[in-house]
Design a protein around this ligand. Structure first.
Ligand code: NAD
Ligand code: WQD
Length: 340
């Protein structure tokens, strides 16, 4: 299939491009580079072994330019990664998050339907479950109250896409609810490249390990978990990328609406991650216990059985692979991608 990949220069999109080409698909990337670097696309092309990835530096909200891209290319489906994703920033700038994520998706869907491309895979998030009613979280678990505008954009866009599919059954909509994406491509050439101080655990750990930050703050050790620190379902980004290729097969089978948790089904605490990182990589990660971070929940991991049963997808990589590949990326690229 020929796939439109919005946000393809970003962390998850860049890894997904590799899996798409490995499975025999082709892709065209649309990204405004607001949170990414074109060097990622250059490296992706090198890994795949092609000259370049077709790329348009375009903002999804630019209706006219998106139209022109659809006139130039014929797409079988869209994998829609583009969006703003920083939880804390979304609390400070709610308008910007709603405007970018929701308008961007509405424009995209409008142009898609006008051009008869009615297949979309949407990057949703475990955050739509709020403080989950049950652990492990299945797709039957009710959606909850999000604690920030970012989360609400995901929850609302799930609803928008489902309503559009119900009104026009020609659509196939796959909602992938990612748990905690981490790790990097085994080559160490592409990985997560956060701007400024990382918000998320894994890039913080790797930046401490490489000497860019003094110590990791562990946000709370009094949660009702085995060691008191927060427990999450960390999923290797290469596994996550592969889930999108499997989701394309669901689209080919005309799935209508498909909702899937994408996680490993295993929960690891903050200290499990730190200790695995130290053990596997032989590098120290100084840390100290800090107060809880507002909005955090104690435990979040999924039951990934539905994705296994219906998409024939399951995670292949474990915690040791995750910490090894995260470190391999960070130490080869201590300052992330070079400035362009
Ligand atoms: P990322 O920021 O690395 O990638 C997103 C890409 O979208 C960036 O390259 C950015 O430049 C681009 N973009 C943003 N707004 C755009 C617009 N209006 N037009 C065109 N391009 C635009 O993020 P990621 O970690 O790769 O996440 C990809 C998707 O998965 C996002 O939708 C994110 O919300 C979702 N998600 C991420 C996580 C996570 O922890 N990384 C977890 C759950 C869901
Ligand atoms: C993991 C654990 C922290 C940083 C976020 C979003 C979620 C999804 C994935 C997009 C928690 C602890 C972290 C640090 C720490 N994104 N921690 N010190 O919060 O589970 O999920 O990313 O959809 O919506 O909320 O991920 O990596 O920030 O935190 O102790 O410096 O690590 O308290 O227990 P989170 P995270």
């Amino acid at each position: 299939m020929n796939i439109l990949v919005t946000g393809g220069a970003g962390f998850i999109g860049s890894h997904t491009l590799i899996e798409l080409y490995a499975a025999g698909h082709t892709a065209v990337v649309v990204d405004n580079l607001s949170n990414s670097n074109p060097v990622a696309l250059k490296r992706v092309a090198e890994i795949i072994g092609i000259e370049s990835i077709p790329f348009h530096k375009v903002d999804l909200r630019d209706h006219e330019r998106l139209e022109r891209i659809f006139e130039e290319h014929r797409f079988n489906a869209c994998i829609h990664f583009a969006g703003l994703k920083a939880v804390g920033e979304s609390v400070e700038k709610p308008w910007e998050y709603y405007e970018n994520n929701i308008n961007g998706t509405l424009v995209l869907v409008d142009v898609m339907r006008k051009h008869g491309c009615k297949n979309i895979i949407f990057s949703s998030s475990a955050t739509v479950y709020g403080d989950p009613a049950e652990i492990p979280i299945t797709e039957n678990c009710p959606k909850g109250q999000c604690t920030n505008p970012y989360g609400w954009t995901k929850s609302m866009l799930e609803q928008v896409l489902m309503d559009i599919q119900r009104a026009d059954p020609e659509w196939n909509v796959v909602l992938l609810r990612y748990f905690n994406p981490v790790g990097a491509h085994q080559s160490g050439r592409i990985g997560e490249n956060p701007n400024g101080i990382p918000n998320n655990l894994m890039p913080y750990i790797t930046q401490v390990a490489v000497g860019k930050r003094k110590e990791l703050g562990v946000f709370g050790n009094d949660y009702p978990t085995p060691d008191g620190t927060g427990v999450r379902d960390y999923i290797h980004v290469v596994d996550l990328a592969a889930a999108h290729v499997c989701a394309l097969q669901a689209i080919a089978r005309r799935c209508g609406i498909g909702i899937y948790n994408v996680g490993t089904g295993h929960g690891y605490s903050v200290l499990d991650m730190v200790n695995a990182f130290i053990r596997v990589n032989g590098v120290d990660v100084p840390y100290s216990i800090k107060p809880r971070r507002a909005g955090d929940i104690a435990t979040c991991y999924c039951d990934p059985a539905k994705a296994k049963a219906e998409l024939d997808w399951e995670a292949q990589y474990g915690i040791d692979d995750i910490v090894r590949d995260s470190w391999n990326w960070q130490r080869q690229n201590p300052d992330g991608y070079p400035a362009v």
